[in-house]
Write a protein that binds this ligand. Structure first.
Ligand code: ATP
Ligand code: MG
Length: 488
């Protein structure tokens, strides 16, 4: 277990655990007391300086902390009628719950997380978001796992709130366990009185006219819970501004969805100047250099890096993991590693959430949120080597048990959940998958035993057997990035 006072984060087995702001303040007092008894009065004065609260409030938060710190006989000792202290448990079996590292409280504002490294290649997105925040109350950054939604949102939110002189509170929902209502967690993070059963109206009332920006981060697992709350806050049109990051939109009234795509990659055959200008290359080089890797900017090396960035679809998390790898494998070694499987890329930041430790875990996190039919359709569609049309998708993925209508619904769902990339071609759309998503889906397809049949079916399209549904796109309307297979 790790407790970071600076990041205001408790991690168990590397996974951040949500604890409310009040509980954290109590924990901080106990940590700083370094084993000394902390009286209830001390807690009252530090945590609720201007409010009269019943003692029961302290107990509620202590019991939340206890659950994390080894239970009744764990690290948090009660001295009846006097107070609490943090001390090693008498039973050594509970010592594994030992808080391994306490980082001192630095300048970080409560509820916001420190940014790990500079934001690269998102100048346009940051400008768009600044403009959106001037007129919208609820902005949701939507995009695939690891694309950089959190990083971008934090950067923009911090700058925007500094300029407008309003408070920023970030709530990381990836680690939220759902012990209380979401509304209660939000009130807690805002430092407002919260009952465990608080609802949207309580949050709207409590925020009132307060000018505050709430960053509800990594929300995809809780979109249903969040929808009511965000709609209520947006409708009340009070002082609060909401930024949500999620792999899928909330789909509520008043929501403005902003899609975040991967960083631009250089096209094959780009010259050196264009390669080094590309967002993905800039980020890859910056991360590799931060790891102490000395990379020459000669044409051969730049070309190899451009290829790696394309293989990694310009996905920042993938670039970050790749950049860590070249320190030990070199550029050639990394390229060979990617040929084996992009999914096994691992070894990112020690502080990253487990879903971001490998690319497989990142896609798995999204895959787990799909229903069975969506999973089946995703895996079947992975046999298309490049972008495909809606009718081709229906023709390929439909079967006796799964009608074309159902496939269409799934396709819409998969696009919403950022597992399909949507391209506009004239008035119609094409769909494709990021390389990592496709690699994952192909693995799952192989496990399902359907791979042979699906590949054969796709090949039969290529041979023109389904020309009725698979008309080639007129050349003039095709985007250069999209392939011109019979499914395109
Ligand atoms: N533009 C960027 N410049 C530098 N680093 C970036 C950029 N975008 C993302 N990163 C880094 O890539 C990693 C993944 O980014 P981030 O956590 O923001 O992705 P995400 O879209 O929020 O993913 P998830 O869906 O898993 O929450 C982080 O370590 C982040 O710091
Ligand atoms: Mg995120």
């Amino acid at each position: 277990m790790t407790v970071s006072l600076e990041c205001r984060e408790v991690c168990v087995d590397g996974e951040p655990r949500y604890i409310g702001a009040r509980a954290f303040e109590i924990l901080e007092l106990l940590v700083k007391a370094a084993g000394r008894l902390v009286s209830k009065d001390e807690i009252m004065q530090a945590v609720w300086p201007n409010t009269i609260v019943v003692e029961n409030n302290i107990q509620v938060h202590i019991s939340t902390l206890r659950k994390l710190f080894g239970g009744k006989h764990g690290w948090i000792r009660t001295e009846s009628g006097r107070g609490y202290r943090l001390a090693p448990p008498a039973d050594p079996a509970r010592a594994d719950r030992q808080p391994a590292g306490f980082e001192p409280l630095g300048g970080a504002r409560a509820g916001t997380a420190p940014r790990k490294c500079p934001l690269i290649g998102r100048e346009q997105e940051a400008a768009d978001l600044h403009a959106l925040l001037e007129r919208e109350t609820l902005v949701t950054l939507v995009g695939p796992g690891g694309v950089g939604k959190t990083h971008l949102a934090l950067e923009v939110a911090a700058a925007w709130t500094a300029v407008h002189n309003i408070e920023l509170v970030r709530i990381d929902l990836a680690g939220w366990q759902g012990d209380t209502t979401l509304e209660s967690a939000v009130l807690d993070a805002l430092g407002l009185p919260a009952s465990a059963a608080a609802g949207p109206a309580d949050v709207v009332r409590a925020i009132g006219e307060q000018r505050v920006m709430l960053l509800l981060d990594n929300a995809e697992q809780h979109v249903d819970d969040l929808a009511d709350l965000c709609e209520a806050i947006a409708e009340a049109n009070a002082g609060a501004i909401l930024i949500v990051t999620s792999r899928e939109p909330l789909r509520v009234a008043g929501e403005r969805v902003y899609r975040v795509g991967p960083l631009p990659v250089p096209p094959a055959g780009a010259n050196d100047g264009d390669i080094v200008e590309c967002g993905a290359v800039r980020m890859f080089l910056a991360r590799a250099r931060a790891m102490g890797t000395d990379i020459q900017a000669d044409p051969k090396t730049l070309d190899a890096i451009a290829t790696i960035c394309r293989r990694l679809s310009g996905l920042p998390l993938a670039l970050e993991l790749g950049a860590v790898r070249i320190a030990s494998l070199g550029i050639q070694g990394l390229a060979a590693d990617l040929d084996k499987s992009v999914l096994s890329l691992s070894g990112g930041l020690r502080t990253a959430h487990p879903r971001q430790q490998t690319l497989r875990a990142t896609i798995e996190w999204s895959y787990r949120l799909l229903d069975d039919t969506e999973r089946t359709v995703l895996c079947r569609l992975a046999v298309f080597p490049e972008a495909f049309r809606l009718d081709a998708a229906c023709a390929l993925a439909a079967c006796d048990e799964l009608g074309a209508e159902a496939v269409l619904d799934c396709l819409v769902g998969l696009a919403l959940k950022s597992l399909l990339v949507v391209h506009s071609v004239g008035l119609s759309k094409r769909y494709s998958m990021l390389e990592v998503v496709r690699a994952y889906a192909l693995e799952k397809l192989a496990e399902s035993g359907e791979a042979g049949r699906l590949h054969a079916r796709c090949a039969s399209f290529a041979n023109g057997e389904r020309a009725d549904t698979l008309q080639p796109v007129p050349a003039a309307s095709a985007q250069p990035v999209l392939a011109a297979g019979p499914w395109a």
